[in-house]
Design a protein around this ligand. Structure first.
Ligand code: SF4
Length: 412
């Protein structure tokens, strides 16, 4: 087996500063009460919250930090003991477990931070799953803070005017409570500006991901899972734009210089499903050792929102939150994946069947077989989880990936 080659991305230092500033700012707001803190689901109405002056914290991002720092597996049983099943979202169970244990890996990275910021309001959107509502509901009872949100349609066939109006009205209905908690009125011009900034961030992030269509790819899915941090946590801010402009320049320079994320790339894969946060490095090295670049994913692309439009903020937010892959029906998902496989010149598709996230495990209802019949692109399913490493068999993953690569090489 070739020694794995990993190419550090220079912009990572900028991202480290940016994310550090973000977490320290949240901590300051929470400790001093200088600004109100809103917790938001990853595809909740962050633009509205930011425009109203809230500092916005994303518990799912904390879930990913718990996973990648490998704390999650030990914390999940704490939430299980409260009645939250080991089969439900392991972001939820590890995050609640961390709260009950009074711990956060953020303290290790930033010693000033002793705990995650206390929310003044919790705001969810069930477009991705019901787990987020249950998750925030637990904190609402525990911390006695208001919990409001959007109950989204799911399995959406076409994003038509009806569902868009429904969700837009639900977003508008959040405003009175948010105004009451913030003690300020919504400034519609500020909302327009924030939505426009989110759109620019989203476009830049999309451009960064699109560079991987080049052969050899200048970045992989594993790089993407790290560098999506600002697109998740800081969309709607000028700082996120500055960051993605820098990252995009670096990726374009890599293309110009013929720099590959994976040395002597010979195969290109698509990753469908959640990352295995506790195994990012191992998986990155496993694929690199096979000279296989994982060039695209549904997950990283989920923060590319094409609908945001500052001139029509509520409806465009609603449309963006409804256009997401996870909210859509199976026929849309098949078409989307087919288009991605073609655009990125993919040799094979890998489905991560995440034990605790059926919402992001698209291998369970025959989709891989239908897509393969349609495109001829072979697939592999690996069993695992986003945060519960008890569901992950490293040996099985390695054997399956190596056999899959061999199969693809025979076809090449
Ligand atoms: S989509 Fe999956 S990983 Fe994300 S919050 Fe819902 S259950 Fe958890």
């Amino acid at each position: 087996m070739n020694a794995p080659q990993r190419k550090p991305i220079a912009a990572a230092a900028h991202m480290g500063r940016l994310m550090g500033d973000y977490f320290l700012d949240l901590d300051e707001a929470s400790r001093t009460g200088s600004r109100k803190v809103a917790w938001c689901t990853s595809v909740g109405p962050a633009e509205l919250l930011r425009a109203m002056g809230y500092v916005v914290y994303f518990p799912e991002n904390h879930g990913a930090v718990l996973g990648s720092s490998r704390c999650a597996t030990d914390l999940i049983p704490v939430a299980n003991a409260l009645g939250y099943s080991p089969d439900i979202c392991s972001y939820l169970t590890s995050d609640i477990g961390a709260y009950l244990k009074g711990t956060t890996p953020l303290s290790k990275a930033y010693p000033q931070i002793q705990r995650v910021p206390k929310p003044d309001v919790l705001v969810y959107n069930t477009n991705q799953c019901r787990d987020v509502q249950d998750w925030f509901g637990w904190y609402a009872r525990e911390l006695k803070v208001p919990c409001i949100g959007i109950t989204s349609p799911r399995s959406v066939i076409d994003v038509e005017a009806g569902p868009v109006e429904d969700v837009a009205r639900q977003i508008e209905a959040l405003v009175p409570t948010l105004e009451q908690v913030a003690g300020t009125r919504l400034d519609i011009d500020r909302l327009r500006e924030t939505v426009a900034l989110s759109r620019q961030c989203s476009d830049l992030w999309g451009e960064v991901l699109a560079t991987a269509a080049h052969r050899p790819a200048p970045l992989t899915f594993f790089d993407g899972t790290i560098h999506m941090g600002p697109a998740v946590c800081l969309r709607g801010t000028p700082q996120a734009l500055a960051y993605y402009r820098e990252l995009l320049v670096e990726m374009k320079q890599r293309i110009a210089d013929g720099v590959a994320a994976v040395e002597r790339e010979r195969l290109r894969l698509y990753w469908e499903g959640m990352p295995v946060w506790g195994r990012l490095r191992q998986h990155s090295e496993l694929f690199a050792s096979q000279r296989t670049a994982v060039v695209a994913s549904t997950y990283c692309s989920s923060w590319v929102f094409k609908a945001f439009d500052g001139t029509d903020p509520f409806r465009s937010m609603a449309r963006a939150y409804l256009q997401l892959f996870i909210v859509r029906d199976e026929a849309y998902k098949e078409r989307y994946l087919q288009e991605m496989l073609e655009r990125f010149g993919v040799d094979g598709i890998l489905y991560h069947d995440a034990k605790t996230c059926p919402n992001n495990s698209n291998n369970r209802y025959g989709l891989p077989q239908r897509l393969e019949a349609r495109t001829g692109v072979p697939s592999l399913v690996i069993s695992g989880d986003l945060n519960d490493m008890r569901c992950v068999s490293d040996e099985q993953t390695r054997i399956n990936v190596e056999a899959f690569v061999e199969q693809l090489m025979e076809r090449a």
